[in-house]
Design a protein around this ligand. Structure first.
Ligand code: S3P
Length: 180
């Protein structure tokens, strides 16, 4: 038996939204992307919400949308990278399902995020443009210094180093099989 709700956490670019759908399919579960739920609720993209209302407004909606996942069962939830870096949210996810941390080494995150076209407000510079090169690496390191301890409190940590999508999904399923 697998847990009724599976919460995927990890840094931006770790593959939460990519692995979520194939993982859900393997389990016969539904899939929910929390950022998409926030955007539907806010009626605008995450980037616009940050720009127009500020990060605190985004975090309030994020918390509310996370709590609404309690109504669903048989679901894989791809969280935003900051969602479980708040005690209340981490506690909520841990008590409503299984939390899986997708670990990707920082250098690989930097490579992926440099290529990504998804606008990520926390990775913008003061000029409002996406950070690149050493500035991007430094921002990732700064955020991870605070976040890693939260991520490590997931029920399961899956190291995705060198894994393609199929291998990563298999590794997450393997970890979940041992979920008490
Ligand atoms: C954030 C991650 C983003 C999104 C928002 C904030 C974060 O999601 O929720 O930009 O604080 O790490 P992804 O992890 O899917 O990029």
């Amino acid at each position: 038996m697998f847990p009724e709700r599976i919460y995927l956490t990890g840094f931006m670019g770790s593959g939460k939204s990519t692995l979520g759908p194939p993982l859900a399919e393997r389990l016969g579960y539904g899939f929910l992307d929390l950022d998409a739920a926030i955007e539907a609720e806010a009626g605008r993209p995450v980037q616009a919400l940050f720009a127009e209302e500020g990060e605190a407004a985004f975090r309030a909606l994020e918390r509310a949308c996370l709590q609404q996942t309690a109504r669903r069962s048989g679901v894989v939830v791809a969280l935003g990278g900051g969602a479980l870096t708040f005690e209340e949210n981490l506690h909520f996810a841990r008590t409503h399902g299984a939390v899986v941390y997708l670990y990707v080494p920082p250098a690989e995150l930097a490579r992926r995020l440099a290529r990504s076209r998804t606008p990520r407000p926390l990775l913008f510079g003061e000029d409002g443009r996406p950070l690149a090169g050493p500035a991007l690496e430094a921002r990732i390191a700064d955020l991870l210094a605070h976040r890693e301890a939260f991520y490590r409190r997931a029920h399961h940590t899956v190291d995705l180093t060198g894994k393609d999508v199929d291998e990563a999904v298999a590794a997450v399923l393997g970890a979940l099989r041992h979920h008490a």
